[in-house]
Design a protein around this ligand. Structure first.
Ligand code: FES
Length: 195
């Protein structure tokens, strides 16, 4: 994640403010929901840039901070519905990280409405498109975030270096699953069940 986003245009009478939103999606559910929305020609705002993770549990909280520090006005995190994660229970960890992020962002003065957690299965293209649309309009109403600030400059990776984050256990692609999603609830061969 070394790429910086183009700074948000605060908008003028001729060119209204267009928010930049980063969407972290899970490979097996929400990314496929976005794909389904696209192939079914369902419309959602082009303001969102989707980043595919193997699982929402792969999301390190610093990814979100770096997105804001790099110019995003809003960040959406999405994954499989609770109980449907293909890596057992990683999305429950996502929920806990989301709560941690909400508290952390508040301390940076970032409105809670700029961060959203949502679930979407691979077949919920229409729902996911609606979630994106609602969130983009919510961020648009909040206006430009106004970073970078001194706090943003102090974040890891802000100097242009890579974050060099280790791969968490249990979030690599399941062995032999190339192209095919494992069934919901199935334990991939490469993942140790979590007690
Ligand atoms: S949240 Fe989709 S595989 Fe874990």
């Amino acid at each position: 994640m070394t790429t910086e986003l183009a700074p948000t245009d605060a908008g003028t009478a001729a060119a209204p403010f267009e928010p930049v939103v980063i969407g972290f999606t899970c490979n097996w559910c929400s990314y496929r929901a976005a794909d389904l929305a696209g192939t079914a020609r369902m419309k959602y705002p082009p303001n969102i840039r989707l980043i595919r993770l193997m699982c929402s549990g792969r999301l390190d909280p610093t990814f979100v901070l770096k997105a804001f520090a790099g110019g995003a006005d809003g960040v959406m995190i999405s994954g499989c519905h609770p109980g449907d994660c293909h890596y057992v229970d990683q999305n429950y960890k996502t929920m806990r990280r989301f709560q941690l992020l909400e508290r952390t962002l508040a301390q940076f003065g970032i409105e809670p409405g700029r961060l959203r957690l949502t679930w979407a299965s691979a077949g919920e293209g229409a729902l996911f498109a609606q979630e994106i649309t609602t969130f983009v309009e919510q961020v648009r109403a909040l206006g430009p975030l106004g970073w970078p600030t001194a706090e943003a400059d102090a974040l890891p990776g802000r100097d242009g270096g890579d974050l060099e984050l280790p791969e968490p256990a249990g979030t690599s692609e399941p062995a032999g699953a190339e192209g095919d999603a494992p069934a919901a609830g199935a334990v991939p061969a490469s993942v140790e069940p979590v007690a």
